[in-house]
Design a protein around this ligand. Structure first.
Ligand SMILES: Cc1cc2nc3c(=O)[nH]c(=O)nc-3n(C[C@H](O)[C@H](O)[C@H](O)COP(=O)(O)OP(=O)(O)OC[C@H]3O[C@@H](n4cnc5c(N)ncnc54)[C@H](O)[C@@H]3O)c2cc1C
Length: 413
């Protein structure tokens, strides 16, 4: 056995620790390897964090290299290449877990992803292996099905599925039930279609579904009831309507997304007619229910421009408390701990710093976009995408882009 003794020079160590000593810089620079404290333990030097920027000032990257979500106004985008995740394969599944995601807006919602995560917990049974099969109706824009945990995909294409057509979808699910005899059917318990379709399938198959299920394993399902005041435990049934955050989304594996074809559909006669969506004023939608919010903070100075941007984007207006206190927005538009807690799919924060009380109100938002002059503010750290620049400049450019986009659409039509 060999031991290596550290020969210590207490005076040099003291100078290295003492930033005010005239020889500190020279000795600190000549120092290779770790600094040891008076007890011999290795010490971390907090002053080593960061680097000297081009203007000679010290800069600390608080995003810790995770800056791919920041766009500066001159449109330079830095990209981070993520390592590839291991591929999860199910060669010969012993059983199938069917998931019918909402795909609201053509993309998997956070709840859809949690439901897929739940499906994998039910597919991993000791001694046998199940495959998670997603059923998707009509066109979609989702590109991350492999990352979200889809082993097999039944994609029922065609414009027939674009409108509200529960009878047609139910016919497809009944056909799949006959073809695959899945162990479980999983739906998001949501207003986007999951609760409706799941209940219809349960009635058709004569099953009693678990609704608002939030803790599920292969033996037992725990469901919220009586306005969330009690939990009901029951044996895990065949059909589950799952609450938000029922499980963790898949994030450590990739999946094959192998296509599965469906036999000819049984009973496709429909009696319902969809008359389409009704146009509503986005500002008449209660903040708590709004899907797309454009929120203003203290960094907004041109309020006419802000209102015009909200109108052109078709967004519901929100505000920080400072914007409300300063009299620019009514009190009922305040987002945050003492305002409204919002659950929008897209929350676009213009000139909002991201104080903790504001952040509490947007915790459930799916995608947060920040427009701010300060690349280090908390809103930019929370945002999925940030535009660093003056709010007036960015909103003006946004309006120009909307105009160009609409003109291109009308020329194409
Ligand atoms: C008990 C309590 C409850 C509270 N409840 C709430 C609440 O419910 N909701 C809430 O929002 N706050 C709440 N607050 C207030 C909160 O602490 C913050 O003060 C507030 O959220 C800050 O609002 P702001 O981000 O708009 O303003 P500021 O903190 O002033 O931030 C302005 C932001 O705009 C940026 N900016 C400046 N100029 C520009 C420009 N030209 N272009 C682009 N960006 C620019 C700045 O970089 C900054 O990030 C509460 C506080 C307390 C004490």
């Amino acid at each position: 056995m060999t031991t290596v003794a550290h020969r210590r020079d207490p005076r040099t160590e003291w100078i290295i620790r003492n930033r005010l000593h005239p020889q500190h810089e020279a000795l600190f620079a000549s120092q290779n390897g770790p600094v040891r404290g008076p007890t011999g333990l290795i010490r971390k030097n907090p002053h080593n964090v960061g680097f000297i920027g081009p203007n000679g000032l010290k800069r600390i990257d608080r995003l810790e290299g995770n800056s791919s979500n920041v766009i500066s106004i001159n449109r330079q985008v830095r990209q981070v290449i993520e390592p590839e995740k291991p591929l999860h394969k199910v060669e010969q599944p012993d059983f199938h877990i069917l998931v019918v995601p909402d795909l609201a807006g053509g993309r998997l919602t956070e709840q859809d992803k949690d439901v897929l995560g739940q499906a994998h917990t039910l597919a991993n049974v000791e001694g046998s292996k199940g495959a998670v099969v997603a059923v998707i109706f009509g066109e979609h824009r989702e590109t991350g099905l492999d990352q979200a945990g889809v082993d097999r995909l039944i994609h029922l294409e065609g414009s027939d599925y674009e409108d509200y057509c529960p009878e047609l979808k139910l016919a497809a699910l009944a056909t799949i039930e006959q073809q695959l005899s899945p162990k479980h059917w999983l739906f998001p318990d949501s207003i986007h279609g999951g609760a409706d379709l799941g209940s219809r399938l349960a009635a058709t198959l004569g099953e009693r579904p678990a609704v608002q299920a939030w803790q599920v394993n292969n033996q037992q399902a725990t469901c919220r009831a009586a306005s969330d005041s009690i939990d009901i435990n029951r044996e895990t049934p065949k059909i589950l309507l799952l609450a938000e955050e029922c499980a963790d989304a898949v994030d450590e594996t990739r999946h094959e997304v192998l296509p599965v074809t469906v036999d000819e559909l049984i009973g496709t006669q429909t009696t319902l007619t969809d008359h389409g969506f009704m146009a509503v004023d986005p500002n008449s939608i209660p903040l708590a229910e709004a899907e797309f919010i454009l929120a203003a903070g203290n960094g907004v100075s041109n309020w006419d421009l802000f209102h015009e941007a909200a109108e052109q984007l078709g967004a519901t207006e929100g505000a920080s408390r400072v914007a409300v206190d300063n009299g620019h927005m009514p009190r009922f538009r305040q987002v945050g701990a003492t305002g409204t807690w919002v659950t929008a799919s897209v929350y676009l924060a213009v000139g909002i710093s991201g104080a903790i009380q504001h952040m509490q109100g947007i915790g459930q938002c799916q995608t947060v976009i920040a427009i701010n002059t300060d690349a280090n503010c908390d809103m930019v750290k929370r945002a999925n995408l940030s535009v660093i620049g003056d709010s007036e400049e960015v909103l003006k450019e946004l309006l120009l882009l909307i105009k160009e986009y609409r003109e291109a659409l009308s020329h194409a039509a």
